[in-house]
Ligand binder design. Structure first.
Ligand code: UN1
Length: 512
């Protein structure tokens, strides 16, 4: 088992950690006001952290704003070179940071390491992107004129991240924002600030070694008040927020009121359709990882299974058998598949959801419950459970961040797609089938309405190379791969006249 104290010291996590950092400069430490962070793994205190107040927030944003002029003047490939070094520093810290993610957040060590790998992957992606911030050229309707478009950085990018991916989602945003020439201010989840402190130490070491000005990458730890300051702050050109739909609506409303830019990655209510032509063994692996992985606390977690009536009973039985084999316990022990929920509030939400589901008529084929006794002292360990439901139940329409899987029966593919789309959220979706017609219909315009639609792969575990995000209440944003970088830049259209005349567009005559 890993030695957490040694890991904390190698990652430079102190007993009490400051509320903000602009790089090598950190805020003062004020021990009496510090918040204690407890691990959901064993309920023990990991360390303390100060919570930012308006003054701390302003210091970080001021510094980020000041350093923007210098940072945007650095050639983009050189900015990419810095990000390449960040990727290497993350490679060196992977084992320690992955273990801290697991200990502070509760996901399995494998998933903690996977999260750091996702950070390394986006660094590599961003390095390549730094040489490709391409615009288009157009044909002008006027002679001896040239038209093209180019992309410029926005300024300060605010990043609000969630506890479930405490470091990877920040890196998707920050690494792209940085190569695009922006400076960043990161507000991590107040539930998982210590992994953020560790990342800030890793990145600032690279920045200091390269004489990067103070303020290019800032950290501000605080609660929703800091998020609200950011959303209302005209100095922050783009607010990229990951979290609940409720939080996203509040951020979007505040940012819209000042006509700022937002990038939202909010709740999901992801389903897998299991057709008669599915390979049921593959479907089982995809389903169980999707529903139980990260204890059901991914935005992409599988929450609903829409199963054809001809394979329904067979697949249900396979699931029930598979759930008997799930080992729940300390996520740092590689024998366990599933760790705890993030905190006891999350446990309460899980229990409430089960109650509501039962009240609406849900039939639990695998019962849930809170685990007690040796190894479960934090009170955050729960049993993954499965209920037969109707898609129309209020609780099924709602995203519960917990390992509760809903089973729904269907008869025709059109009906299955309607059920899959029949929720307010639109993040991830999947179909399990070896039938080309079914797969293509699911991927067509009449198919899944989600930002992510997979065939013979579960709903979670996307690679960073594709654009990540979803529609409807998921917020419409796209992060990480493909052309998601464009969200961090402003587009400018340029028309250049190299003739000796000044012809007007649309043939307008204006002689005098
Ligand atoms: C999230 O849950 O906010 O696709 C992100 C996945 C991960 C990212 C999830 N690569 O499951």
């Amino acid at each position: 088992m890993v030695d957490i104290q040694k890991i904390l010291s190698r990652l430079k996590i102190n007993e009490v950690n400051p509320a903000y950092s602009t790089g090598s400069v950190w805020g003062e430490v004020n021990s009496p006001n510090a918040h204690t962070i407890y691990s959901p793994v064993d309920g023990k205190a990991i360390g303390k952290v100060n919570m930012a107040i308006g003054d701390d927030y302003n210091k970080a944003v001021d510094q980020a704003q000041q350093s923007f002029t210098a940072w945007r003047a650095v050639p983009a490939p050189r900015r990419g070179e810095i990000v390449r070094q960040v990727g290497n520093a993350l490679r060196e810290a992977k084992d320690d940071l992955g273990a801290l993610v697991s200990y502070e957040m509760g996901k399995s060590l494998q998933e903690g390491l996977g999260e750091v790998q996702e950070m390394i992957d986006i660094c590599d992606f961003a390095v390549g992107q730094s040489r490709q911030l391409y615009g288009l050229t157009m044909q002008s309707e006027r002679p001896l004129h040239r038209m093209y478009e180019q992309y410029h950085p926005l300024g300060v990018v605010g990043i609000i991240s969630a506890f479930n991916f405490p470091v990877a989602v920040w890196s998707w945003n920050a690494m792209l924002a940085l190569v695009c020439g922006n400076t960043c201010v990161w507000k991590p989840s107040e539930k998982t600030p210590l992994t953020a402190v560790a990342c800030q130490h890793i990145i600032s070491k690279v920045f200091t070694a390269n004489d990067i000005p103070e303020g290019v990458c800032c950290l501000v730890i605080g609660d929703r008040e800091v998020g609200s300051l950011m959303a209302n702050d005209p100095r922050v050109a783009l607010v990229s927020a990951t979290g609940s739909t409720r939080m996203g609506k509040a951020v979007a409303t505040a940012v819209a009121a000042r006509l700022g830019k937002v990038l939202l990655e909010l709740g999901g209510n992801n389903a897998i359709i299991i057709t008669p032509d599915a390979n049921l063994e593959m479907a089982l692996i995809g389903t169980v990882f999707g529903a139980v992985g990260t204890a059901g606390q991914r935005c992409t977690s599988t929450r609903r299974l829409i199963i054809h009536s001809s394979v329904y009973n067979d697949f249900k039985q396979k699931l029930v058998n598979a759930y008997k084999q799930i080992r729940i316990g300390n996520p740092l022990d590689s024998n366990n598949h599933m760790g705890p929920l993030i905190d006891t509030d999350a446990v309460k939400n899980y229990l409430d959801a089960i109650e509501k589901c039962k009240a609406e008529g849900g039939n639990f084929v695998v019962e849930g419950g809170v685990l007690e006794g040796e190894g479960y002292a934090s009170g955050c360990y729960v049993r993954p459970c499965i209920a037969e439901v109707e898609n129309s139940y209020a609780i099924v329409q709602h995203e519960t961040f917990a390992p509760i899987l809903y089973l729904i029966k269907y008869d025709t593919l059109d009906k299955a797609i309607a059920l899959q789309n029949g929720v307010p959220q639109g993040l991830s979706s999947a179909i399990m089938t070896n039938n080309l017609r079914e797969a293509e219909l699911f991927l067509s315009g009449a198919g899944s309405d989600c930002g992510i639609a997979n065939v013979n792969i579960g709903t979670s575990g996307a690679e960073i190379g594709g654009a990540f995000g979803g529609e409807k209440e998921t917020g419409g944003g796209r992060e990480s791969g493909s052309d998601a970088w464009k969200a961090y830049m402003r587009r400018q259209t340029n028309t250049i006249n190299y003739s000796t005349q000044l012809p007007l567009a649309q043939g307008i005559k204006f002689d005098f």
